[in-house]
Design a protein around this ligand. Structure first.
Ligand SMILES: C[S@@+](CC[C@H](N)C(=O)[O-])C[C@H]1O[C@@H](n2cnc3c(N)ncnc32)[C@H](O)[C@@H]1O
Length: 225
């Protein structure tokens, strides 16, 4: 998979790129690259935003700046780009990211993520260049970078070869194996701590009973609203 992140702050992704599953995915040939809107702005002095028509606080990311960055990267009219590539504008009011959407995105050959800043995007960016508007939750972050990292993190750990133990992705919260419910609880040593004892069944070595207990615990926790 190729992921291109359009942002004013590519350096924000330094920590993310060092995470093991991301390192593994990149080593498998997947790509994660960044385009800084500011590097392609047709305006003077690196300008990328402007004051909102109609007044109000904050600055709005300009449509001509985003078009220039998309054209520089893909050499096509961005209006046509979204027909052949998912172009996702990150926005608090977008479709909520969930495991189903992550699964679907992980099957795409390529993703483009547009990070907003300040007051957000000129609406024409969303209307004419984006194929999707995606939100990571109903709260407002200062910029789209963390949202892009959340989306990439969830998508990249679904890519074959990204996890040290691929089986951990098969049976985890919201997976088909658990009928979409949250995962069952885990415990490790010590078996007893401050009088809090690990459920006996997990110490029994009886695989069938452990499996039954886990499925029951998972079902009892979900589905979440
Ligand atoms: C300060 S926010 C803009 C908020 C916008 N004025 C509003 O009220 O909806 C700046 C940028 O952060 C990103 N962002 C903020 N919260 C987000 C969320 N919950 N999910 C996805 N992106 C988010 C978007 O890219 C947005 O354009």
């Amino acid at each position: 998979m190729e992921i291109d992140v359009f942002t004013l702050f590519p350096e924000a992704f330094g920590w993310f790129e060092r995470q093991r599953h991301v390192v593994n995915a990149l080593a498998q040939g997947h790509r994660l690259e960044y385009v800084n809107y500011r590097d392609h702005t047709p305006l003077n002095a690196g300008q990328v935003d402007d004051t909102p028509f109609g007044g109000g606080a904050g600055m709005v990311l300009r449509v001509d700046v985003v078009e220039a960055a998309l054209r520089a990267r893909y050499d096509v009219d961005p209006v046509d780009l979204r027909a052949r590539r998912r172009v996702i504008a990150l926005a608090p009011g977008g479709a909520l990211l969930d495991d189903g959407m992550v699964e679907q995105l992980a099957r795409e050959p390529a993703l483009t993520l547009l990070c907003g800043r300040y007051e957000g995007f000129d609406q024409r960016i969303v209307d004419h260049f984006a194929s999707d508007e995606v939100s990571i939750g109903r709260y407002v972050l200062a910029g789209g970078e963390l949202a892009a990292m959340v989306l990439c993190d969830a998508v990249m750990r679904k890519l074959p070869g990204s996890l040290g133990h691929p089986e951990s992705a098969l049976e985890e919260s919201f997976s088909n194996a658990l009928g979409g419910a949250p995962e069952y609880p885990h415990y490790t040593r010590p078996a007893e701590y401050r009088g809090w004892r690990v459920p006996e069944v997990l110490l029994s070595g009886h695989h069938a009973r452990i499996r039954e207990w886990r499925l029951h615990q998972s079902a009892a926790r979900g589905p979440l609203p």
